[in-house]
Write a protein that binds this ligand. Structure first.
Ligand SMILES: [Zn+2]
Length: 201
């Protein structure tokens, strides 16, 4: 145990902050100190924002997004194309695609990927709910935007099988050369996938 430099309230704050992704113990100390110095401008508003989020946050019963309302802001947005569902593993992926303004569509958060070795089967994910959404007749396309991992691709194939028989186009993300990327720096898997999925100029 390292020696405490502050009272238990401040030590507790530092310990919790150190659990935030991206913050280690050192950054947590710096963050805590800044908050304490800016008690009125930062610590107070932050404490209230966290309390609000804690009380209001919920998981959307339709798509699995996290929001302060259910159905969520994305699901109730009338400007979206309601015929397309983008399937992602995690809420972080949904947010990343939204930041990129990749597609103005609906989403479905799986909550992970199939992984028999870890004991994660279809019933542990929201695949059944996805198939139910897909079967309503309003959906034209399902874009499977899962990670390019073995588990991600296994999950994509499983979902494609489950959607068989529905009049829906199932697509997946292209895998290839990153924008601004140099061929010489790419791994063989990325390079060969990019070659296989080459498009006409
Ligand atoms: Zn939603």
């Amino acid at each position: 145990m390292s020696k405490s430099v502050a009272g238990p309230e401040i030590e507790h704050l530092i310990q919790l902050l150190a659990k935030v992704p991206g913050l280690g113990p050192r950054s947590a100390r710096r963050a805590a100190l800044q908050m304490i110095k800016k008690k009125e401008q930062l610590l107070g508003p932050l404490a209230r924002a966290m309390d609000d989020a804690y009380r209001e946050v919920r998981i959307c019963g339709t798509c699995g997004n996290v929001d302060s309302r259910d159905p969520c802001t994305v699901c109730t947005d009338p400007r979206r194309d309601r015929g397309v569902i983008v399937v992602v593993e995690d809420v972080a992926d949904l947010w990343a695609l939204e930041r990129a303004a990749a597609l103005n569509a609906l989403y479905h958060v799986l909550g992970g990927t199939l992984s028999p070795l870890d004991g994660i089967g279809p019933e542990d994910l929201t695949i059944r709910q996805l198939v139910e959404r897909a079967a309503t007749g309003e959906i034209r396309e399902i874009v499977i935007a899962v990670n390019a991992t073995v588990e991600g691709q296994t999950t994509a194939h499983y979902i494609t099988d489950q959607l068989q028989g529905l009049a829906i186009t199932v697509t997946r993300l292209a895998h290839g050369v990153p924008v601004g990327g140099e061929l010489d720096y790419l791994d063989e898997g990325t390079l060969s996938a990019a070659m296989r999925q080459r498009t006409k100029l």
